[in-house]
Design a protein around this ligand. Structure first.
Ligand SMILES: N[C@@H](CCC(=O)N[C@@H](CS)C(=O)NCC(=O)O)C(=O)O
Length: 202
């Protein structure tokens, strides 16, 4: 069995879980809650203090989410193709991940502001990245993220768009047409979509 540091709200953990579903490995992944002794031990193995961390069946610790995805792809071959399209798929996945990064930096600007007011300059910087990327995607998603197979790029973008909704950061659904249609179509066919939809820890 694989062991995975779990958090129901984390977009990077969700990406790894969806990659597990698409790779056919979901049944082999045990989720460990934040208060689980092994979760704490696994997390402490990453000096950056970030999740996800994966423990492989032979007790190796792997982070970050991109490396875990690569490991799952080595096993399944299902997350990106090993041909000329590989770099395109991974570039699209990186764009989606940038959307998650900007969203999380926005959320953290509030969560870790202590008794100070969050920096408006910082928030505006992140919101501009988010808005520009959503505009870009609304124009290009049907070409760039279009294939008969689902890949890690699809997972990444679904995770990013749902996280924007979950944290109410930017109402992209109201502002897009192609992207909204793409999301409806892909989310309906992505294995594990509903099971992994973000929620606050109980
Ligand atoms: N690049 C990392 C990012 C992971 C990350 O930032 N995870 C968040 C949870 S969603 C975290 O652990 N944050 C705590 C922190 O930054 O200290 C990855 O892809 O795994």
């Amino acid at each position: 069995m694989y062991k995975l540091t779990y958090s129901p709200a984390s977009p990077y953990v969700r990406k790894v879980r969806l990659a597990g579903y698409l790779s056919g490995l979901n049944d082999q992944i045990e989720l460990l809650n934040p208060d689980h002794e092994t979760h704490i031990k696994m997390k402490s193995n990453n000096p950056l203090g970030k999740i996800p961390v994966l423990m492989t069946p032979n007790n190796q610790y792997i982070f970050d989410s991109r490396v875990i995805v690569e490991l799952f792809n080595d096993t399944s071959g299902k997350l990106y193709p090993n041909d000329d399209n590989k770099k395109i798929i991974l570039t699209n996945a990186a764009l989606a991940e940038g959307l998650v990064d900007a969203s999380l930096l926005y959320v953290y600007s509030i969560r870790y502001s202590g008794d100070q007011k969050p920096s408006e300059v910082w928030q505006k910087l992140q919101l501009t990245k988010i808005k520009n990327t959503i505009d870009y995607l609304d124009t290009n998603v049907l070409n760039d993220f279009n294939s008969s197979n689902l890949f890690i790029s699809h997972i990444g973008l679904i995770v990013a768009l749902d996280y924007l909704n979950f944290r109410k950061i930017y109402d992209w659904e109201l502002k897009t047409k192609n992207l909204d249609a793409w999301h409806k179509q892909v989310s309906a066919s992505l294995p594990g979509y509903k099971e992994t939809y973000p929620k606050d820890p109980s």
